[in-house]
Write a protein that binds this ligand. Structure first.
Ligand code: FMN
Length: 315
């Protein structure tokens, strides 16, 4: 039987399958055994209670759903007192996602979240629909460096950083996060998008723009994971459009050490468990003894790389 365990810095995941932030909660334990997951990733938490964005918050498109939830939540105090203990009942490491509009508060939040039951801080510096005034640090290298440096100074917990696919050059943002002290990179958050209703000519979402999530995004995010994994030393977690075990294999071949899954869990709450089982079977059928052998194992050394260089280089 294949060894599915992977290491993300100092943290060991029993398998590379984690839920994606915002698309999961401990209440899934009514449907699946949470102890089977690689990690538990909580919904992004902010300092104050937030209602989230105006409704409608989700709309269907031919290519997936666009959503603009707006990080609703009960605030950090409630989270630490009531939600962390809910997750702490389970064995997999708890990854806590956090967001703020400004650097000082972001760092302070990370410090306040560094309680014993929290295993990892995931800095969500990339929510495309948080609000109009800020918080999307991952669009700029300097903003990324500043906020991650400040968070790093305030917590000794492993620090994972969620990047934006909307940045012009995700590779330079990834480098900035690594230099500032990130222990791993989560690639990526959602793609900013728009749907307009043809019956009343109005945007379909109450917040106008939303993040597109869809299996159609996987090839694009896979390319980003590949590009980033080539240049950073820290582990990468691939997030975007995973619906089956082969998608996990692809992400790992591209250089990811683990994956995050959102959309597939909405379609079928048991999908993550199926993917874990199918991944084990996929490896066993091929005599793969350790899933880590897949990381970065894409066979492309003999291939022309100019297109990629051209696509990722600035002027
Ligand atoms: C309804 C919904 C809510 C989300 N909320 C968050 C969130 O709170 N924090 C975050 O970092 N990402 C959030 N995301 C983005 C997901 O974590 C993930 O990056 C994205 O859905 C792509 O993965 P997928 O294609 O497997 O869904 C949300 C996505 C959805 C669909």
């Amino acid at each position: 039987m294949v060894d599915l365990s992977v290491r993300i810095g100092d943290i060991t995941l029993q398998n590379p399958i984690t839920p994606a932030s915002g698309a999961f909660s401990w209440e899934y334990n009514d449907v699946i055994d949470l102890n089977r997951l690689g990690g538990l990733v909580a919904k992004t938490i902010c300092r104050e209670p937030r209602l989230g964005n105006p409704t409608p918050r989700m709309a269907e498109t031919e290519a997936g759903i666009i959503q603009s939830i707006g990080l609703p939540g009960k605030g950090i105090e409630y989270f630490v007192d009531h939600i962390v203990p809910e997750y702490a009942r389970f064995k997999p490491p708890l990854i806590v996602s956090v967001s703020s509009e400004n650097t000082e508060d972001f760092a302070a939040l990370a410090e306040e979240l560094s309680v014993p039951d929290v295993d990892v801080i995931e800095a969500n510096i990339s929510c495309p629909t948080r609000n109009a005034t800020g918080g999307n640090f991952a669009m700029h290298e300097e903003h990324t460096k500043e906020v991650i440096g400040a968070i790093r100074a305030k917590t000794n917990k492993p620090l994972w950083v969620k990047l934006s696919p909307n940045a012009g050059d995700i590779v330079s943002i990834a480098r900035a996060a690594e230099e500032a002290g990130a222990d791993a990179l989560c690639i990526a958050n959602t793609f900013l998008s728009l749907k307009i209703r043809t019956d009343n000519f109005r945007p379909a979402l109450g917040n106008k723009f939303g993040g597109l999530v869809s299996p159609a995004l996987k090839p694009i995010v896979l390319r980003m994971v590949y590009q980033v994994a080539k240049v950073v030393k820290i582990p990468v977690i691939g997030i975007g459009g995973v619906t089956k075990a082969e998608d996990v294999v692809e992400y790992m071949l591209a250089g990811a050490s683990a994956v995050g899954i959102g959309y597939a869990g909405f379609r079928n709450p048991t999908a993550l468990i199926t993917i874990i089982d199918d991944l084990a079977a996929w490896c066993d059928e091929r005599g793969i003894k350790k899933v880590t052998d897949l990381i970065g194992a894409v066979k492309d050394d003999d291939m022309e790389m100019d297109t990629l260089v051209a696509a990722s280089a600035g002027v």
